[in-house]
Design a protein around this ligand. Structure first.
Ligand code: BDR
Ligand code: CA
Length: 313
């Protein structure tokens, strides 16, 4: 399976990327970054460091994308969750590779054209780069096999407001363009990610029993997750564990059987003091005009964790 990852690494983005790289049936063909957990530039630097850790830095191109959401709003970086550098303040060895010198829309379009009909687009951050590419290249969407996005919440609470999840709330206008695009799209939101919990001990166990070549990667994940789990604790959720947001989206991309989905016409609310960024799902018999999106509503969390770690054993 060929996957292009649009992300904002990001502690949980790192785990999603390393999981994809560790799967023998996945070929990551490109990584683009947008502002979110850190700047797009820092995110690309992190992506290159993560690729180096997996010995893939010379094989996968990384492109710096949007540094601002479509509406130009200031970005408030969630340092208490991802650390100042986005990877839990862990010092990961730098790569000698540089990001490609390309506009992100051209980059995504080129990858989609080279892998027409077989490319799975996995988005783990704000959807700014994707929305811009859809606008610039009207035939972009038709080249993509399916889109799997970490973002949103249907029935669960939000994580940046009572009803809004961070990736959608960070650029609602972009997300609304993406859900209005006629393609096969699945949203992996807080309804399922908050039910999929990674414990500190899971990583300790994995570091002990993973195959030799993955040891350093799991060690890095353990280190950066210390910060991330403190962040989860500050959000009054949990102790020495955390929800799996981005990794779950990546797992759904490779094995959709871990979730049950509900398909309905979807829009993103782009206004309002409390609801800006809310995912609006029309469950009525005669819904508003619009495109259908699959929303993950139930998850087999045990199977998710087994699938996640199986890639490293
Ligand atoms: C999402 O927001 C980011 O902080 C995470 O990396 C994840 O993509 C969770 O709401
Ligand atoms: Ca992310």
């Amino acid at each position: 399976m060929k996957i292009c990852i649009d992300c904002d690494p990001g502690v949980d983005d790192s785990l999603a990327i390393l999981f994809a790289l560790a799967r023998p049936d996945v070929e990551v063909v490109g990584i683009s970054t947008s502002v979110g957990n850190v700047t797009a530039k820092q995110g690309a630097d992190n992506a290159l460091r993560i690729l180096k850790l997996a010995g893939m830095e010379h094989k996968i191109p990384v492109c710096v994308g949007a540094e601002q959401p479509l509406n130009g709003d200031e970005v408030d970086f969630p340092e208490f969750i991802h650390g100042k550098n986005g990877i839990g303040n862990v010092e990961l060895a730098p790569s000698d590779q540089k990001p490609v010198d390309m506009d992100v829309c051209d980059f995504l379009y080129q990858i989609a054209s080279e892998n027409e009909g077989e490319l799975v687009l996995v988005t783990l951050g704000r959807m700014t780069n994707i929305a811009k590419t859809i606008k610039r290249y009207p035939d972009f969407a038709g080249k993509i096999k399916k889109v799997v996005s970490m973002g949103g919440t249907v029935l669960a609470t939000g994580n940046v407001s009572p009803v809004v999840e961070a990736n959608i709330g960070g650029d609602p206008e972009a997300a609304d363009i993406v859900v209005q695009t006629p393609w096969d799209m699945t949203m992996v939101g807080l309804d399922v990610t908050l039910k999929t919990i990674l414990r500190k001990e899971d990583l300790e166990y994995a570091e002990k029993y993973c195959r030799e070549e993955c040891k350093e990667q799991i060690h890095f994940l353990r280190e950066e997750m210390k910060w991330y789990m403190q962040g989860a604790r500050q959000q009054n959720w949990m102790r020495e564990c955390c929800p799996l947001h981005d990794p779950l989206a990546m797992i759904v991309a490779v094995d959709p059987s871990v979730v049950k989905t509900h398909r309905c016409v979807t829009r993103i609310e782009c206004e309002g003091a409390y609801c800006k960024g809310m995912v609006v799902t029309d469950l009525r018999e005669y819904p508003i005009d619009g495109e259908y999106v699959n929303h993950c509503m139930e998850v087999d969390s045990k199977k998710v964790l087994d699938t996640l770690f199986a890639a490293f054993y």
